[in-house]
Design a protein around this ligand. Structure first.
Ligand SMILES: *[C@@H]1O[C@H](CO)[C@@H](O)[C@H](O)[C@H]1NC(C)=O
Ligand SMILES: *[C@@H]1O[C@H](CO)[C@@H](O)[C@H](O)[C@H]1NC(C)=O
Ligand SMILES: *[C@@H]1O[C@H](CO)[C@@H](O)[C@H](O)[C@H]1NC(C)=O
Ligand SMILES: *[C@@H]1O[C@H](CO)[C@@H](O)[C@H](O)[C@H]1NC(C)=O
Length: 362
């Protein structure tokens, strides 16, 4: 029999008390979001044009393209390894296998629903055929409804959310100027995030990890935006990101208040990356401005793997792998901060502590 060690945690200033018993660890992660998390959903979605399923994506770890938008593992992959569970497969892959009969049941280590290019606003990059976060939730909801995912498993699982970078980046594209001012746009985004959290709780999720957006204004792809500065980060974009992150954290803090029995943790990815940018050498980075793989200004004008791209010889010394995305090395450092970090990185508890908690009502 498993030894049950129970402690009572005071998670927040308001009297939100959760009895936490360490028992069997988290068996699964369900993942929702964009290219930061996509493990190949777009690759298996033949209708989608946002792809990273060609070399040299994946070259540093998987030694083949998997559809991940980096040279190796993503943050979800690292966290899965820290927990000791297999990496989650893309929903599109396991769903197709289930439909064509090569798979009899859905995985028990979680499923990755994330779709590169998608946002929290339904219309973001719709023309690329991406799967918006609302549709990702519907895919999960359908599996739950059809009893392909066990309710008990859901309750013990982690739920990971990261989305919004594409919405904010697109806000600054010149094609169709947005009708909303930055404040209202961010508010519209958070309304969607609120609905997502609401639905996932109703479907049984109790351990919800939400990650802030990184400093998108610093990505090499800012070179594609007319008028954006090259020699420094795009300040107006980062101001909007910070506004979003700040209100996102308030939303996360509200999770245990609004949803009995649920824990929400907020991962401050922005601050982690900000430290890499400010003191690169401390983290082993030599180049925190240019994409390791790409071409043109900042390596940000050509997608890695496309005609004319160049690749650096030492990806581990670069913060950015391609025009939008961090290297595996950057993801590894972020993952370590989220796993074992202190409150400036992840709060109210880190993922290592979270996976050791099985929540029960008191
Ligand atoms: C079933 O679907 C999977 C995923 O698309 C594919 O890899 C596999 O070849 C398919 N198998 C058959 C027998 O069609
Ligand atoms: C494919 O993508 C187009 C947009 O490019 C969309 O209108 C259409 O509904 C999509 N088809 C499927 C089957 O998802
Ligand atoms: C970063 O890498 C790019 C391309 O390899 C190079 O042009 C640039 O000078 C590098 N910057 C630093 C600070 O090393
Ligand atoms: C989880 O808790 C158990 C019992 O307190 C402890 O032995 C174990 O090291 C913890 N695991 C992690 C990942 O913190």
């Amino acid at each position: 029999m498993e030894k049950l060690i129970c402690t009572v945690l005071l998670l927040l200033a308001p009297p939100v008390v959760v009895a936490a018993c360490s028992s069997n660890h988290v068996p699964a992660i369900f993942v929702f979001g964009d290219s930061i998390f996509d493990a190949g959903n777009n690759h298996f979605n033949k209708n989608c044009t946002a792809q990273a399923d060609f070399p040299p994506y994946g070259s540093s770890f998987f030694h083949r393209p998997t559809g991940r938008f980096t040279n190796g593992r993503t943050v979800v992959d690292f966290i899965s390894q820290f927990i000791g569970i297999d990496l989650q497969k893309p929903y599109m892959e396991v769903h197709l296998e289930f439909l064509n009969g090569t798979r009899k049941q859905y995985p028990t280590n979680g499923i990755n629903f994330a779709s590169a290019g998608s946002g929290v606003l339904q219309g973001t990059n719709k023309l690329w055929g991406v799967t918006p976060i609302q549709e990702q939730l519907q895919q999960f909801q359908a599996l739950v409804g059809q009893k392909h995912v066990d309710k008990n498993l859901i309750q013990k699982s982690l739920f990971f959310f990261e989305s919004g970078s594409n919405d904010i980046y697109n806000y600054f594209l010149p094609f169709d100027s947005p009708t909303l001012d930055p404040d209202a746009y961010v508010q519209a985004m958070l309304t969607e995030v609120g609905s997502v959290i609401d639905l996932v709780y109703k479907l049984g999720a109790r351990q919800i990890a939400v990650f802030s957006l990184g400093p998108i204004g610093c990505v090499p792809a800012r070179a594609l935006i007319p008028g954006a500065p090259i020699e420094r980060c795009f300040g107006r974009m980062n101001v909007m990101v910070k506004k979003y992150n700040k209100r996102l954290e308030i939303l996360v803090n509200d999770i245990p208040v609004r949803y009995p029995g649920a824990i929400g943790v907020y991962g401050a990815v922005y601050e982690a990356v900000q430290h890499f940018l400010q003191t690169p050498a401390r983290y082993g980075f030599v180049n925190v401005t240019n994409a390791c793989c790409g071409d043109g200004t900042l390596g940000g004008l050509v997608q890695c793997g496309q005609d004319g791209y160049k690749i650096c010889s030492n990806p581990n010394e670069f913060l950015f792998w391609d025009y939008f995305h961090p290297t595996e090395q950057t993801y590894k450092l972020i993952s370590k901060a989220l796993w074992g970090g202190k409150k400036p990185r992840i709060r109210p508890v880190n993922l290592k502590s979270l996976v050791n908690l099985t929540i029960s009502h008191v």
